[in-house]
Ligand binder design. Structure first.
Ligand code: GLA
Length: 408
């Protein structure tokens, strides 16, 4: 959700945000928080089906610097939308009243007040280094950075799970995107060096150590630079399909169907699209469990075929992939990647490719010149491939007198 001023691949530091805060509001901020975006190793469109996911935090994210303000006002600025100076009255904080980037911070304030927490006015400045619409969870990063800043500013004493739940409710009930809880949990609960194995039904989490370099591999994130299309409407439609199919099968959620039961159960669904959606969710949950078992044994390269199978399932059964993502995955595999797949909600955005250490440049070139991307890329930036590793979840940043800090 970062706009025109988003600078790809920028290294983040709190200083510019502190300087911009002072210029905008005429005094120092009180707190600063960084919350990261995420990539999901595997487990796509499973989180709202009570299933399993395996995301890890990126090094890049969103910085929120903030101070308390009088009159219950939300005064907000974004370094990526410098022309917007937003000032909202408490009565403006209603779903549907606010749109655009400010709906994410506004939604967090609204949700915290809605459950009776003493959240007053706030002055807020955001600085983001994540591409918008790239499937790397820039909106959750905003919500989580703001949620942690507000939690500290008003002494709410919420734990990270409570902040994650509030951030998710902000996105679903205020912004209107009926998401699951993967992105907000990833942004707040991930730890450096591990992927987060989350059972979205029980909320149980386990940190799975994941060191690509030690396994002679690298994980590339390719931002295809093709924007999300129709994402909220299509996402909601997939979610509805899953809920209706679960009801038709007499289960609480698709999580309750196992791979072994699929062949017997699918004929009970008369819509072909429901059968396909169910097949994706059930096989994807099984792939997450297999990937976790392999990673526990340190077999990183061996998860490659699971990633590719996940992509095929998302493309053909769940139908959320885009031509650019399919093209990037094909090119990465042709260039020798162990596996590749789209990540996030889909309909455009990023893919990941698991490659042998030292093969990054070849795969990057192959992706940049892949057929659909070169054909449709006119006017779009060249896809960017970045080698990533599991980084820390949200963290507090120190603001010193000059505004410099130990940000990434
Ligand atoms: C988006 C949503 C998540 C999840 C993914 C798909 O990122 O915010 O909750 O459903 O799509 O796995």
């Amino acid at each position: 959700m970062n706009g025109a001023g988003y600078e790809r691949g920028r290294v983040m530091n709190v200083s510019p945000a502190v300087t911009a805060f002072r210029a905008a509001f005429g005094h120092d901020p009180e707190v600063a928080w960084h919350a990261p975006g995420r990539v999901n190793v595997i487990g796509e469109h499973t989180d709202y089906n009570d299933g399993f996911v395996l995301p890890f935090a990126l090094g890049l994210g969103v910085i929120a610097v903030a101070a308390r303000a009088a009159n219950g006002l939300l005064r907000a600025r974004s370094m990526q939308y410098p022309a917007d100076a937003i000032e909202l009255e408490p009565t403006d904080l209603r779903p549907g009243k606010v749109t655009g980037w400010v709906s994410y911070p506004a939604g967090v304030l609204w949700q915290l007040r809605r459950v009776g927490l003493p959240v007053e006015g706030i002055e807020l400045l955001l600085d983001g280094a994540l591409p918008s619409g790239a499937g790397q969870s820039s909106s959750a990063a905003v919500e989580c950075a703001v949620g942690m800043a507000v939690n500290e500013l008003f002494g709410l004493a919420l734990d990270r799970i409570q902040v994650a739940d509030a951030a998710r409710r902000a996105e679903s009930d205020f912004v209107g995107m009926p998401c699951g809880l993967m992105d907000q949990y990833a942004s707040l609960l991930c730890t450096e060096g591990s992927a987060l194995f989350l059972d979205t039904r029980s909320g149980k989490t386990e940190q799975i150590p994941l060191d690509f370099a030690a396994a002679d591999t690298a994980l590339l994130v390719v931002d295809t630079a093709s924007p999300h299309r129709l994402v909220t409407g299509q996402y909601a439609a997939r979610r509805r399909d899953c809920e209706q199919a679960a009801r038709a099968l007499g289960v609480a959620a698709l999580r309750d169907v196992t791979e072994d039961e699929l062949a017997g159960l699918l004929p009970r669904l008369d819509q072909a699209s429901w059968r396909a959606r169910v097949r994706h969710v059930v096989t994807e949950n099984a792939r997450v469990l297999r990937a976790v078992a392999l990673l526990r044994r340190g077999c990183v390269a061996d998860i490659g075929p699971l990633l590719t199978a996940s992509h095929v399932s998302l493309r053909d059964d769940y139908q959320v992939s885009s031509p650019e993502q399919d093209s990037a995955v094909r090119a990465a595999l042709d260039a020798g990647a162990f596996g590749a797949r789209m990540i996030g909600g889909g309909f455009g955005g990023s893919v990941i490719a698991l490659v042998a250490a030292g093969r990054q440049a070849e795969v990057t070139d192959a992706v940049a010149t892949s057929d659909v991307i070169s054909a449709t890329g006119a006017g779009l930036p060249t896809p960017i491939c970045t080698s990533v590793r599991p980084s820390a979840g949200a963290r507090r940043l120190e603001i010193n007198a000059t505004g410099a800090d130990g940000g990434t």
